[in-house]
Design a protein around this ligand. Structure first.
Ligand code: URA
Ligand code: CA
Length: 429
């Protein structure tokens, strides 16, 4: 096939020109259909990573990817909200906010992913509860959101197939870190999943994809602007991932943490702050009046309605209340302790995430770690830094992920900024 048009488009992108809508659609449709092979698309992705992408190009790519597969639609006339986290360690927020927001009257259709690298995956956490399934299929996913107001499922093969193909190619060609390509990848999946409104939680720091605050903030703005172009209300939080978010790090033990949080048994303060911030934005983009958000969320937690909704979700997806009640961390315990007196100055989130993944692989989903001493905590030699659950744990390796120094580092904000669609007009870039 004569692909002269494609060669000319690549040359233009290489030289820093923007491609028009029609060209983006033609490339993505041709690639999804197998008429365009990997080589030109890899070159295009590299040109985008180096040259950047204009806002109209990001929109055109997103639209073309959405059109490569099925698009879900929800009935009932209410805005269905989805939430996306760019991936972190100890990020149990989804399991908490999905039932919480649903219990406040805003339906949530959550499409989630699996563990990737050192970061945890919501699907793995939920499936650790015996019987629970996440491969619901499109029709059952929609039906569950319409009946109980929430569902957490894996994205079916038929949603945005072009993104699956492009993401694999990017992974092989060093072109994952491109703000425009990342934004198009994320937003296309949310739009295909039927979200009427979206909350993005962009993580920044050593445990995240985006290492710097500046990169994370740029991605947050790009996501919100892109969603607005598709008529979707959205907010993007930029939140700290220099240390693990919640106390529990693993898969099943994060489900235990979410259950205990919702039941009111145990609420880690950092996890609570993050969950409230995300739930607040989900309720806002879901159309709840600003003044009503906090009282509704507190009532849903205190009345047990949020926990009840979580139990309903577990039951609807194949589990039982008895199984949810029975989950517990692996009984084999050991402690990682401080070797010297001082203050915890850093916790290597990526290392903690890797250790927890190795542990769950060896000892099952309820093995993992619990962070006891947060950054800024004064410790004496022998004090517990973290608890390890599972016989394969190496407390020494876990202790090495903690840095104990002499001076407490300056405190960091957990939520650095929130970019809201309403603020877009005032943003210069
Ligand atoms: N997450 C996605 O879904 N896509 C990307 O490109 C990067 C992170
Ligand atoms: Ca996650």
């Amino acid at each position: 096939m004569n692909q002269g048009w494609l060669r000319r488009a690549l040359a233009a992108k290489r030289d820093g020109d923007a491609l028009d809508d029609g060209t983006w659609h033609r490339i993505i449709a041709g690639y999804a259909a197998g008429e365009i092979d990997d080589a030109p698309v890899a070159a295009l992705a590299m040109a985008c990573a180096i040259r950047g992408m204009a806002p109209d190009e990001i929109s055109a790519l997103t639209d073309a990817m959405v059109r490569s597969g099925d698009v879900l639609r929800f009935g009932g006339g209410r805005t269905v909200v989805d939430k996306h986290s760019s991936g972190g360690v100890g990020d149990t927020v989804s399991l908490i906010v999905v039932p919480l927001v649903a219990a406040c009257g805003v339906p949530v259709a959550k499409l989630s992913g699996r563990a990737l690298g050192h970061t945890g995956g919501t699907l793995d956490k939920l499936e650790a509860i015996p019987g629970v399934r996440t491969d619901l299929g499109n029709d059952a996913f929609v039906a569950q959101v319409e009946s109980i107001g929430c569902a957490i499922a894996a994205q079916s093969e038929r949603l945005v197939p072009a993104d699956k193909k492009l993401y694999k190619l990017r992974d092989r060609t060093g072109t994952v870190p491109s703000t425009g390509l990342i934004a198009a990848s994320i937003v296309s999946k949310k739009i295909a999943g039927g979200a009427g409104a979206i909350v993005f939680d962009v993580k920044a720091g050593s445990g995240a994809f985006m290492r710097t605050l500046a990169d994370a903030t740029a991605l947050a703005r790009t996501l919100v602007r892109l969603a607005a172009g598709f008529g979707r209300r959205s907010s993007a939080l930029v939140s700290d991932m220099e240390e693990p978010l919640g106390a529990a790090v693993g898969s099943g033990i994060e489900a235990v943490e979410a259950r205990d949080f919702l039941r009111g048994d145990d609420r880690d303060p950092r996890l609570a702050e993050a969950a409230f911030a995300v739930a607040h934005e989900m309720l806002r983009v879901g159309g709840v009046d600003e003044r009503e958000i906090e009282p509704r969320a507190l009532d849903a937690l205190q009345s047990g309605a949020a926990y009840e909704r979580f139990a309903q979700l577990v039951e609807a997806q194949g589990g039982t209340r008895a199984a949810l009640d029975a989950i517990a961390p692996h009984p084999h315990r050991a402690t990682a302790v401080a070797a010297s007196d001082g203050v915890v100055t850093a916790i290597d989130a990526a290392a903690i995430g890797e250790l927890a993944r190795d542990l769950t692989a060896a000892d099952g989903p309820f093995a993992g770690l619990r962070i006891v001493a947060r950054v800024g905590t004064p410790v004496r030699a022998g004090d517990v830094l973290a608890e390890c659950a599972g016989p394969s744990a190496s407390p020494q390796a876990v202790a090495r992920a903690f840095t104990v120094g002499t001076h407490a580092p300056p405190p960091r904000k957990l939520i650095e900024t929130v970019v809201r669609d309403a603020d877009l007009a005032t943003l210069v870039n």
